[in-house]
Structure formats: structure tokens, C-alpha cells
Design a protein around this ligand. Structure first.
Ligand SMILES: *[C@@H]1O[C@H](CO)[C@@H](O)[C@H](O)[C@H]1NC(C)=O
Ligand SMILES: *[C@@H]1O[C@H](CO)[C@@H](O)[C@H](O)[C@H]1NC(C)=O
Ligand SMILES: *[C@@H]1O[C@H](CO)[C@@H](O)[C@H](O)[C@H]1NC(C)=O
Ligand SMILES: *[C@@H]1O[C@H](CO)[C@@H](O)[C@H](O)[C@H]1NC(C)=O
Ligand SMILES: *[C@@H]1O[C@H](CO)[C@@H](O)[C@H](O)[C@H]1NC(C)=O
Ligand SMILES: *[C@@H]1O[C@H](CO)[C@@H](O)[C@H](O)[C@H]1NC(C)=O
Ligand SMILES: *[C@@H]1O[C@H](CO)[C@@H](O)[C@H](O)[C@H]1NC(C)=O
Ligand SMILES: *[C@@H]1O[C@H](CO)[C@@H](O)[C@H](O)[C@H]1NC(C)=O
Ligand SMILES: *[C@@H]1O[C@H](CO)[C@@H](O)[C@H](O)[C@H]1NC(C)=O
Ligand SMILES: *[C@@H]1O[C@H](CO)[C@@H](O)[C@H](O)[C@H]1NC(C)=O
Ligand SMILES: *[C@@H]1O[C@H](CO)[C@@H](O)[C@H](O)[C@H]1NC(C)=O
Ligand SMILES: *[C@@H]1O[C@H](CO)[C@@H](O)[C@H](O)[C@H]1NC(C)=O
Length: 509
């Protein structure tokens, strides 16, 4: 098995790895293991000469005199074994401090090196976890995004499957971690493999791709799918807007904006009671007494407006530190909550950039790959156009970024839209797809089921490439996978083209 082969390789590496042609051999050893170094040369020790194993040119580990008495130098006693026969050195239970240069040499009138090693002690690598972030399934294809992560590093990658094969977008993905190990995600025999390795150790995690992509699969995703899919989410672009959930109302506000909170209930203050707006049940932002005097906490003076009439609170220029539970209550013999809000302050989302990675076009189809990216996140997506319509492979793509915002790429009315949003703001970039995929509108023979998974009718454009005599187009379809078992008798494409009354499209060659 490959793992066995790897382990064997590790053992070889740890002991005698000889690499390069230089006289210095680099050896990697896992912390806690043994280091074995050979001389591999006849050693003749003349009178008054001495054989030495040295570390970093400064410390001796072993000294051997002509009369074959070997002496292990003090700090190494008990950790070093030395063979008087072949002069090999065994250093047990190595630690990071043992990294450095090891030299076997003979010292006489001059010092002559016999063997030189550069020893690098490495920790075993941390475990990896492979998690599935999103799966989108259509009848034709399945797209899934995974994240391979270690404690301090991660790679995301997208895989696409059609009927026959699965492919990794942009091929194997790899990354060097800060600790010098390498993280890789690749596809091998129908499995997604995530490996974390350095020269001495390997951890891996894998998952079979098909069970995730089968139409009935309901994978449990690592990250919830993007917002805005019909949930009762209200975007609060200016003042805080509200999401009702049980008794507590969640309010998202953009940093720097004003937060307005209402009570929406009659408040009656009898003697010895008071009304308060509190944050996190500790900070009394506003206090109102039965005689209508108010007290604003010093921490919020100048930033708060309070209405004695309706008891609403306006908190100006909110900052992240204003996040928390904001409660209106009446205190008396016991505290009686009136209204509760959970306030979440969000930064506006960063700008997005939609860029085209590749276009491949023929006369009857065009494939386009785009990347929708923000400063710290990206999604790639592939679009396929035939002469009639454009489709997004795997449908809309979305991802939740590390900051909790949602990044989406989708097709709408012939525009590719890259949208970055959170509850309080959004940015978008878009590109019209047709100018990028200029097709000669030459219908070609094809299957009759080309309407499957077609996006909702594209909007009419000046260039009538998508419209025109339906009776003719209904016979034609994409040139793509021709699976039809019937023979479709198709007139010469040029003659069909000639029948369509439409403006001359620009010639593309
Ligand atoms: C990744 O790990 C698997 C199993 O642990 C192993 O079989 C495979 O060879 C590794 N791949 C690479 C490229 O190291
Ligand atoms: C040298 O001797 C040691 C201990 O006897 C042995 O483990 C090692 O394999 C030998 N090395 C060579 C190159 O013969
Ligand atoms: C030995 O030398 C290496 C560089 O060659 C250095 O990184 C390491 O700290 C040195 N170790 C000791 C114990 O001096
Ligand atoms: C996919 O496979 C099914 C059955 O295996 C077949 O009916 C269908 O035509 C195939 N579709 C494509 C696009 O290859
Ligand atoms: C990782 O480091 C190795 C050696 O320094 C280098 O060859 C390789 O290109 C790096 N890989 C990546 C993905 O940066
Ligand atoms: C990696 O190191 C860990 C911890 O020492 C060990 O349990 C594991 O077997 C090692 N894996 C390989 C492939 O050497
Ligand atoms: C991958 O990691 C997950 C979670 O840590 C674990 O449940 C699963 O068994 C691992 N799979 C393999 C093949 O190591
Ligand atoms: C306090 O102000 C409210 C609203 O203006 C008013 O209805 C109420 O009578 C006032 N109470 C006192 C004690 O002045
Ligand atoms: C309220 O508590 C949350 C976390 O529980 C904290 O992030 C926030 O800063 C607190 N707000 C205030 C105003 O103390
Ligand atoms: C677009 O991709 C499809 C499926 O991978 C392929 O059949 C078609 O030939 C491609 N078209 C171009 C112009 O590359
Ligand atoms: C593909 O598109 C390019 C640029 O729009 C155009 O120059 C080229 O002729 C097209 N190729 C075909 C086969 O339509
Ligand atoms: C076409 O575009 C117009 C204006 O942009 C829009 O009002 C209309 O709903 C669109 N029609 C379709 C079918 O998308």
C-alpha cells in the first residue's frame, strides 16, 4: 500500500537520506526518534591523531584515540552509541536542539572531514480534517467545495462531477504551512484526499466523492449555506433592522450607523420603580424615574438619545463594543423585562472582484470560468453557453467567509453576478456573459433534451441570438454530449442560419 511505501521512505529519510551531490547529506528525523549516522569510509587513525564526531563544529560527541578507546563526551553520555567497528553514531531520542551539522573527522596536523550531515529535527505533523463546505447537485453535474484544514492552515478546493468523471478545479491544490509542512488536496480514484506532511510524518483524511454527489445524498455541511435564501432576514442598511425570534429580537447594525430601539409597549412607572435600558444586564445606559428625570450613563453621554414619551433609545455611531444584549426593563421589587434585543454590529463587507479566468469557445459552445473574490475569500465557477442559453455548472455557488459574510456567484439575465453580503451591507461586481462568449449562432445537431436545467428565460437582447424562430431552434441543441440514439436529421447548419431573421452577428474568425 502507498502508506507503507511512504513509511518506508520516511525510515530511509530518517537514517541515511543522501540527497544532492554535495558532500553534505541532509537528514530529517522526527523528534523523539533515533538518529543514525554512518561514516561509510575506512577510518585509519594514525599515531597522535584522533577521530571525532562533532556537532556544529564546536561540540564533540565522541572521541576515539588510536588505541580504540572511545569516549562519549559528557552531555551525550547515555544518549549516544558509537560503533568502534564501523564508526557509526547513534543519537537517541533527538530533540529540536539536536538540529545542526554533524561531522565525522580525523584531527592530526590538519583536520580532515570524513562525513558531513545536516540534521533537521521535525515534529510530527498535526492531524488534518477534511470537511465538505457545500454541495450543489443538478441533474447534469455536482459541484462540491471542501476544506482541508490543520490547526493553523487550510486549503479549499472545488470538485465537479458529471456523469462520467470528477475533476478538481485548477487541479491539485497545495500550500506550505508556516511550520514548513505541506498541505495538499487532490483527487485520487474517486476520493478527495487531504494530506498534511513534512519529511518525517504524514497525516491524512479522505472522503469518497460519489456518495456526496449522489442525488439523494444529504450531506451534513461544515458551514451553513449562504444567507438570503428565503429566510426571514431583513437587511438593515441604515438603521438597525429587526429579526424576530421568540422574545429576543436580533438587530444587525453597520458599524458607525445609528441604532434605534423601540419599546412598543406601554411603560407605567409607579413610585419606587424605574425604567432602564441596559446592555449585557450590567451597564445602565439610560435610567428614567417616575418624575421623568433621566440619567444617561457617563459611558454613553453624547451618544444616546432617549425619548421620555415612547421610551425609545437611539444609540449613535455604534462600534463593535456596542454589541450585546440590550434590554429595556422596569425595576422595582423585581426586575420586569419589557423588550429584549440582541445587537450585532457588523463592518460593511469588502469590495468584490469578478474576474474571468478562462474562456474556451467553439462555434457552438463556450465555456467560461470566473473567480469571484474578496480580500480573503474566493469562489470559482464555470459557465457554459450554447447558442441559446447559458448555464452555470452546478448552479449558484456560495460560500460563507471567515468573517461570516456570504459570497455568491450566480447568473441572472445574462449577467454573471458576484455578490458579497452580510446582514448590513453588500457589494457586487458583474459582467455580461455574451460579450465574453461570442458565439456564431450556428445551430448544430444535438439532443432534444437541451432544455433540461436551462436557466429561466434569458432576457431579450438587441442581438437576437437567443430568440427567433422557435420552430427552427426546437430542433437544435447544444453540441455538447450527444447521447441521442435517434438519428436527428439536421439540415445544413448554414441553411438554418440563413433562415433566421436576425441581425448579422459579428464574425468571430
Ligand atoms: C496521502 O495519504 C495517503 C494515506 O495516508 C497516502 O496513501 C498517499 O500516498 C498520500 N499522498 C501523498 C501524495 O503523499
Ligand atoms: C555499523 O555498526 C552499527 C552497530 O553495530 C550497525 O547498526 C550499523 O548498521 C553499521 N553500519 C554499517 C554501514 O555497516
Ligand atoms: C547548530 O547549528 C545550527 C545551524 O547550523 C543552529 O540552527 C543550531 O541552533 C545550532 N545548535 C546548537 C545547539 O548550537
Ligand atoms: C448520464 O447517465 C444516464 C444513465 O447512466 C444517462 O441516461 C444520461 O444520458 C447521461 N447523461 C449524460 C449527459 O451523459
Ligand atoms: C512549498 O515549498 C517548496 C520547497 O520550498 C517549493 O518547492 C514549493 O513550490 C512550495 N509550494 C507552494 C505551494 O508554495
Ligand atoms: C506521525 O506521527 C505520529 C505521532 O508520532 C504517529 O502516531 C504517526 O504514526 C506518524 N505517521 C506516520 C505516517 O509516520
Ligand atoms: C476524517 O476526519 C473525520 C473528522 O475528524 C473523522 O471522523 C474521519 O474518520 C476521518 N476519516 C479518515 C479516513 O481518516
Ligand atoms: C412624564 O412624561 C410623559 C410623556 O411626556 C407624560 O405623559 C407624563 O405625564 C410625565 N410624568 C410626570 C410625572 O411628569
Ligand atoms: C456584551 O457582551 C458581549 C459578549 O457577551 C461583548 O462582546 C460586548 O462587548 C458586551 N458589550 C458591552 C457594551 O459591554
Ligand atoms: C465546454 O465544456 C463541455 C463539457 O466539459 C465540452 O463538451 C465542450 O466541448 C466545451 N466547449 C469548449 C468550447 O471548450
Ligand atoms: C473565440 O472567441 C475569440 C474572442 O472572442 C474569437 O477571436 C475566436 O474567433 C472565437 N473562436 C471561435 C471558434 O468561435
Ligand atoms: C427583462 O429585463 C427587464 C428590464 O431589465 C425586466 O423588467 C424583465 O423582467 C426582464 N425579463 C426577464 C424575462 O428576465
Amino acid at each position: 500500500m502507498a502508506l507503507a511505501a511512504f513509511l518506508l521512505a520516511v525510515c530511509v529519510l530518517s537514517s541515511w537520506e543522501t540527497q544532492g551531490s554535495s558532500a553534505v547529506t541532509t537528514v530529517f528525523v522526527q523528534k523523539g526518534k533515533d538518529l543514525h549516522l554512518d561514516v561509510n569510509k575506512p577510518v585509519v587513525i594514525a599515531e597522535f591523531h584522533e577521530f571525532n564526531w562533532r556537532f556544529n563544529a564546536s561540540h564533540s560527541l565522541v572521541r576515539l584515540s588510536p588505541v580504540n578507546t572511545a569516549r562519549i563526551v559528557d552531555p551525550y553520555k547515555g544518549r549516544v552509541e558509537f560503533s568502534v567497528q564501523n564508526h557509526s553514531l547513534l543519537l537517541k531520542y533527538v530533540q529540536h536542539s539536536d538540529s545542526g551539522d554533524y561531522t565525522a573527522l580525523i584531527t592530526g596536523d590538519k583536520t580532515e572531514p570524513l562525513a558531513e550531515y545536516k540534521v533537521i529535527i521535525q515534529d510530527p505533523v498535526s492531524p488534518v480534517q477534511l470537511s465538505v463546505d457545500s454541495v450543489s447537485n443538478s441533474r447534469e453535474s455536482c459541484t462540491l467545495t471542501v476544506t482541508c484544514s490543520t490547526e493553523d492552515s487550510l486549503i479549499s478546493s472545488t470538485f465537479r462531477c458529471d456523469n462520467q468523471t470528477c475533476n478538481q478545479e485548477r487541479g491539485e491544490q497545495s500550500k506550505n504551512t508556516t511550520s514548513g509542512s505541506s498541505l495538499r488536496v487532490y483527487l485520487f480514484k474517486g476520493s478527495i484526499i487531504c494530506n498534511h506532511s513534512n519529511q518525517v510524518n504524514l497525516t491524512s483524511n479522505m472522503t469518497e466523492i460519489r456518495p456526496l454527489c449522489s442525488p439523494t445524498a444529504v450531506p451534513s455541511l461544515g458551514i451553513p449555506i449562504g444567507i438570503g435564501t428565503g429566510a426571514a432576514v431583513v437587511f438593515g442598511l441604515f438603521l438597525g433592522s429587526l429579526i424576530w425570534s421568540s422574545d429576543v429580537t436580533t438587530v444587525f447594525v453597520q458599524k458607525g450607523k445609528n441604532l434605534h430601539l423601540d419599546v412598543n409597549k406601554p411603560v407605567v412607572l409607579v413610585k419606587y420603580t424605574e425604567f432602564r435600558w441596559t446592555i449585557n444586564n450590567t451597564l445602565n445606559v439610560v435610567r428614567l424615574f417616575p418624575d421623568n428625570t433621566t440619567m444617561i450613563s457617563s459611558s454613553h453621554k453624547g451618544r444616546v438619545e432617549f425619548s421620555v414619551q415612547n421610551h425609545s433609545l437611539l444609540l449613535k455611531n455604534v462600534q463593535h463594543s456596542d454589541s450585546g444584549d440590550c434590554t429595556a426593563l422596569i425595576t422595582g421589587e423585581k426586575n420586569q423585562p419589557v423588550t429584549e434585543y440582541k445587537v450585532i454590529i457588523q463592518d460593511p463587507v469588502s469590495p468584490v472582484n469578478l474576474s474571468v479566468n478562462s474562456v474556451s469557445n467553439s462555434t457552438e459552445s463556450c465555456n467560461l470560468t470566473v473567480t469571484c473574490s474578496t480580500e480573503d475569500s474566493l469562489i470559482s465557477s464555470t459557465f457554459r453557453c450554447d447558442t441559446q442559453t447559458c448555464n452555470q455548472e452546478g448552479g449558484e455557488q456560495s460560500e460563507v467567509t471567515t468573517s461570516g459574510s456570504s459570497l455568491r456567484v450566480y447568473l441572472s439575465n445574462d449577467f454573471i453576478i458576484c455578490n458579497h453580503s452580510n446582514q448590513v451591507s453588500r457589494t457586487r461586481d458583474m459582467k455580461e456573459i455574451r460579450p465574453l462568449c461570442p458565439l456564431n449562432d450556428v445551430p448544430d445537431k444535438g439532443t432534444t433534451d437541451f432544455n433540461l436545467n436551462q436557466t429561466p428565460n434569458q432576457n431579450a437582447t438587441e442581438d437576437a441570438s437567443c430568440l427567433s424562430p422557435n420552430t427552427i431552434y426546437s430542433l437544435s441543441g447544444p453540441a455538447a454530449p450527444v447521447q441521442s440514439t435517434e438519428t436527428v436529421i439536421t439540415p445544413n447548419p448554414e441553411s438554418i442560419y440563413a433562415q433566421i431573421t436576425k441581425p448579422q452577428s459579428p464574425t468571430t474568425n
